[in-house]
Write a protein that binds this ligand. Structure first.
Ligand code: 5AD
Ligand code: SF4
Length: 461
C-alpha cells in the first residue's frame, strides 16, 4: 500500500501533511515514488485564492483518468477547501459538496479529523489491510491532531505549529472560515515537540501560526483559561515562548524563525527578543496588505499606515540591518488608483527586502464577498501587479547588494550539480559551489553576486 500527499499553499499545509504522513505510515502505508505507483492520493488543498483551488481541480482531471485504469486507487482531499469530513458512502445530507460533486474524490476530511483517517479508509476502501489502525494513535490526537507526532520531511529543519485558526477576519480572507477560531497550543506541548526535534538533530525550527504574536491571547485561550491573563506591561506570551525555545540552543538548536505576526499585536518586547535571543535571526515578515488607510479600513486591518511605519522604525532602530518582508494585495474592492499609488509610495519609502504580492481574489463567506464589490477589473489588477512588482524587484536588488563582499552563514538545504543552496541568517536564498555532504550544515559564504531574488557566493570554510 503506497500513499502520495500533494500539498498546496502555505507552510501550515506542509506541516499538516507531515502529520497525515505519520498517520498513514502508522497504519501500514509506505511513501509512493510518484503518481503511477500510489494506491492512496491525498490532496492537501489551499483556498486562499481562486487560482489555488483551480490548481487542485486541474490535477484531479488526471486522477479521474487514472482511476479508470486503476480501479482500487483512492483519492482524498483535505485542507482549506474541505468543510465536512465525509465519504462517497456518507448519507447525502452529511456529504461535503466536494465529495458529492467531484467524481474522482472518494473521501474528504477536515485536517482536525486527521487521526480518523484509518476509519475513513476502512469505510471507503475495505480492500486495504490496515495495520494497527487506531490503537497505535494516541487517543488524545483524536481530539487534538497536534498531538500526532509528525513524520518530518527534513532531519535538520522543521515546522512547529503553535496555534490554529484566526480571529482577525480580514475582509478578504477565507482563513477564519476554513481554519476556524484561533486556539493556541499549550506552551509545554510545543516545547516537548521542539525538544524532541533538537535531540534528533534539528537545527532550525519555524514556529507557525496565522497570528503568532497573539499566541495565548485569543478569545478561546482566555475562555478556556489555559493561559493566565497577562500582567499589565508584561511580555506577551509569544515572546515568552521564544525565550523558552531559545534555551534549546545549548542542545544544538541554531535558528528559530516564525510566521506571521499581525502589526496590531507586535510589541516592543518581541522586537527586542529578536535582537537579543541567540536563536533568533535578523528577519521579520510583517504583512502590511495595503499602503492606504482607506483600503486598510475596508480590509478590516485595524492599524494605520503610520502605525506600521512606526513599527518598521522601531525594528530598524534596534536592528539596523534586519531583513523585513511583507504581504501586499493589489486590486482589493474599492482600491482606487490613488490608493494603489500609496502602496507603491510606501514600498519605495520602506524598501522591504521582499514582498509576497497577490491580486485580490474574491472568496465566498468573507465580508468583502458579502458587502463589497470586486470592482477593480482584472486587467487593472494585472497592471497594478506588474507596476508594483517592478518596484519590489528594484528594492530587493538594492537590498541584496548590501551583502556584496560580506560573509553570510547559510543552512544548506539542497545540492544539485555541484551547486548548494540554503538560507542566510537574513533569509536570503544563497547559492554557492559545494558538495551534497554540506546538506544540513551551516557554512560561511562570501557573497560575490547579488541578484533580485538571491545571493551567489563562495564558501570560505
Ligand atoms: N486575495 C488575494 N490575496 C489574499 N491573501 C489572503 N486572502 C487573499 C485574497 N482573497 C493574501 C494576503 C495574506 C496572504 C497569505 O495571502 O496577503 O497575507
Ligand atoms: Fe487571513 Fe487576516 Fe487571519 Fe491573516 S490575519 S489569516 S490575512 S484573516
Amino acid at each position: 500500500m503506497k500513499y502520495l500527499i500533494k500539498t498546496y499553499g502555505c507552510q501550515f499545509n506542509y506541516s499538516d501533511s507531515e502529520r497525515i504522513a505519520a498517520v498513514l505510515e502508522g497504519i501500514g502505508f509506505a511513501p509512493a515514488k510518484g503518481d503511477e505507483d500510489a494506491n492512496l492520493v491525498v490532496f492537501n488543498t489551499c483556498s486562499i485564492k481562486q487560482k489555488a483551488e483551480d490548481k487542485v481541480f486541474g490535477r484531479l482531471v488526471k486522477f479521474e483518468q487514472m482511476k479508470r485504469k486503476k480501479k482500487n486507487l483512492i483519492v482524498a482531499l483535505t485542507g482549506c477547501m474541505v468543510r465536512k469530513t465525509s465519504t462517497k458512502k456518507s448519507p447525502a445530507l452529511e456529504q461535503d459538496k466536494l465529495v458529492k460533486n467531484l467524481v474522482p474524490v472518494d473521501f474528504v476530511f477536515r485536517i482536525e479529523d486527521c487521526a480518523n483517517l484509518p476509519e475513513l479508509i476502512k469505510e471507503i476502501a475495505p480492500q486495504f489491510k490496515l495495520r494497527g489502525a487506531l490503537d497505535e494513535i494516541d487517543s488524545g490526537s483524536l481530539k487534538n491532531y497536534f498531538k500526532i507526532i509528525p513524520k518530518y520531511n527534513s532531519r535538520f529543519q522543521a515546522f512547529v505549529p503553535i496555534a490554529s485558526g484566526c480571529d482577525k477576519f480580514c475582509a478578504y480572507c477565507i482563513v477564519p472560515y476554513t481554519r476556524g477560531r484561533e486556539r493556541s497550543r499549550p506552551m509545554k506541548e510545543i516545547l516537548t515537540e521542539c525538544k524532541k526535534l533538537v535531540e534528533d538533530g534539528c537545527k532550525e525550527i519555524t514556529l507557525l501560526g496565522q497570528n503568532v504574536d497573539s499566541y495565548g491571547l485569543s478569545f478561546l485561550d482566555r475562555k478556556e483559561k489555559r493561559f493566565k491573563a497577562l500582567k499589565p506591561g508584561g511580555k506577551i506570551y509569544f515572546t515568552k515562548l521564544l525565550e523558552a525555545v531559545d534555551k534549546l540552543k545549548t542542545r544544538g538548536l541554531c535558528r528559530v524563525r516564525w510566521t506571521s505576526p499581525h502589526p496590531r499585536d507586535m510589541t516592543d518586547d518581541l522586537i527586542s527578543a529578536v535582537k537579543t535571543l541567540k536563536t533568533q535571526m535578523p528577519y521579520i515578515h510583517l504583512p502590511v496588505q495595503a499602503g492606504s488607510d482607506n483600503t486598510l479600513r475596508r480590509m478590516n486591518r485595524p492599524y494605520t499606515v503610520e502605525h506600521y511605519v512606526g513599527l518598521i522604525k522601531k525594528i530598524r532602530k534596534v536592528m539596523p540591518d534586519c531583513s523585513i518582508s511583507t504581504d501586499i494585495i493589489v486590486g482589493f474592492c474599492g482600491e482606487t488608483k490613488k490608493d494603489f499609488n500609496k502602496s507603491c509610495a510606501l514600498y519605495k519609502k520602506i524598501k522591504w527586502d521582499m514582498a509576497y504580492m497577490s491580486k485580490y481574489s474574491m472568496r465566498k463567506y468573507t465580508a468583502a464577498h458579502k458587502i463589497m464589490k470586486d470592482d477593480v477589473p482584472e486587467k487593472e489588477k494585472e497592471r497594478r501587479w506588474r507596476a508594483l512588482n517592478e518596484i519590489i524587484k528594484a528594492c530587493s536588488l538594492g537590498r541584496n547588494r548590501f551583502f556584496l563582499g560580506k560573509t553570510v552563514n547559510v543552512l544548506v538545504e539542497r545540492c544539485k550539480n555541484g551547486i548548494c543552496e540554503g538560507m542566510s541568517e537574513h533569509s536570503k536564498r544563497t547559492q554557492f559551489a559545494g558538495s551534497p555532504k554540506l546538506i544540513g550544515e551551516i557554512v560561511p559564504v562570501k557573497v560575490k553576486k547579488a541578484l533580485e531574488w538571491n545571493l551567489v557566493g563562495k564558501i570560505t570554510k
